[in-house]
Every structure is written in C-alpha cells, then in structure tokens.
Design a protein. Structure first.
Length: 161
C-alpha cells in the first residue's frame, strides 16, 4: 500500500470523507494544518522526512504546499485548485521555496472556482513552471468550484493509490 500525505486547505479541517476514503485505500497521514504557525516549514519538513510519503495530495493552500514539498523531495503530487497565487495568508516558507519545480505533478482545476481563479492559475503556471518543466499535467474539471466533491476527488486520485 502506498503512503499518502494529505494536506487540507486553509478553511478545512483535519479528517472528513476524503481522508476516510484515503484511509480505506492506503496509509494516510493527514495532519491538522495551521498555515499561520511560525514553524510551519520545519513542521512540514519533519512530517515528510518521518512519514516518507509516496504521494502528496493537497487542496488550495494545501495543494500549493504539496507542490512545493513534492518539488523539494521529488515526490508525486496531486494538487486540487492550488493556491499558487491569491493566497489570503502567506505561510512562513523560506524564499527559495517558490523557485522549486515539481517533476511529477497533476494539477486539477475547477473551472467554476471563484476563490483561486483557474485562468490566473494557468497563466501563473505558464509564467513560472511550464517553461521550465512542460510535463506537468493540468486537468480542468467542468462545473467544479473551489471545494472538490468526493466523487471527483476519488476519480482523480484512485490511480495514484
């Protein structure tokens, strides 16, 4: 069984149906995330180094964080509506983190997302990532907003488990 690190979004909590699904299908670690804590970066580094995930899945700011960790550790990432831009908070990450490029990532965008605009995300990806690594997989989900319904979540991650 694969090991999955799941990072929830800013206004979501630990656990829930997505984590329950993951727990039934893999070894999952889904820590309570406080993206405002001063030691967030060292907490995340310790989490990855202790748990050693095969895949990191995240949503919104958790998707952004998953992408950055995947880049640092060369771990596969599935990021739903990642907050590469338009974040309401800035986690206390070192400056170099934004220059990291993940080699194995699927980025899943809801075309109805009104929190993290998918068109802005596509432009950001073109400007910051796609020129350096064109193999990032980007998927648009018609009708999906910022919150990812369980059926879409399962459909998009089941092949990763």
């Amino acid at each position: 069984m694969k090991k999955v690190l799941y990072l929830h979004g800013l206004e979501s909590g630990q656990g829930g149906p997505k984590v329950d699904y993951l727990a039934d299908n893999c070894y999952v670690h889904a820590p309570e995330m406080d993206y405002t804590r001063k030691d967030i970066f060292s907490f995340l580094i310790k989490t990855v180094e202790d748990f050693k995930p095969d895949v990191i899945i995240g949503s919104s700011i958790g998707g952004y964080t998953a992408y950055m960790l995947g880049a640092l550790y060369n771990i596969k990432v599935v990021a739903f509506n990642p907050a590469f831009h338009s974040r309401t908070i800035e986690p206390n990450f070192p400056e170099f983190i934004n220059s990291q490029i993940c080699r194995d990532a699927r980025i899943i965008l809801g075309d109805q997302d009104t929190v993290i605009n998918p068109n802005t995300t596509l432009e950001w990806l073109k400007d910051h990532i796609m020129m350096q690594h064109p193999n990032i997989k980007i998927e648009n989900v018609k009708g999906m907003g910022h919150r990812v319904p369980l059926d879409i979540f399962i459909n998009k991650i089941q092949n990763e488990l």
